[in-house]
Design a binder for this molecule. Structure first.
Ligand SMILES: [Zn+2]
Length: 141
């Protein structure tokens, strides 16, 4: 059987998100919306999940109603993800990485807001003013 072609970001994301953990189609949609900032419709997700299942890259658990099913990658599906990562390289890394910045001082993840401070000629991201002020002084909060 020939490999599934990944021709758009939604498909790439579907596979990537499943490689992170098993989940409902609904969860996949929500996460994709968060990461792409676009509205995702069930029609963009479920036919592809079905195709993945037919290829035995994905299997499901739970009741046979599509909203109740949990999708997960089979060992063959995991090998498919490895092939994809070889094919897409850097793009794959960028796509899979959640849009998070880390605090230059305490290394915590900054979800929203944060605090920028110009240090040594460039702007660094911090989670809070405290961290910005403590940066480079060795004490972590
Ligand atoms: Zn911090």
């Amino acid at each position: 059987m020939s490999d599934i072609e990944i021709k758009n970001v939604i498909k790439l994301f579907t596979v990537l998100l499943l490689s992170e953990k098993e989940q409902h189609g609904y969860e996949l949609m929500k996460k994709m919306e968060e990461r792409t900032g676009k509205k995702i419709s069930p029609g963009q997700i479920y036919p592809f999940l079905k195709q993945l299942k037919e290829h035995k890259y994905v299997d499901t658990e739970g009741r046979e109603e599509r909203d109740k099913l949990v999708y997960y990658l089979t060992p063959e599906g995991k090998r498919f993800v490895v092939r994809l990562s070889e094919k897409f390289g850097d793009l794959f890394e960028i796509a899979i990485k959640p849009k998070l910045t880390e605090c230059a001082h305490c290394k915590c993840e900054i979800y929203k807001g944060g605090y920028k401070k110009k240090i040594g000629g460039r702007y660094l991201d911090f989670c809070c003013r405290n961290c910005a002020n403590s940066y480079g002084k060795g004490n972590r909060h």
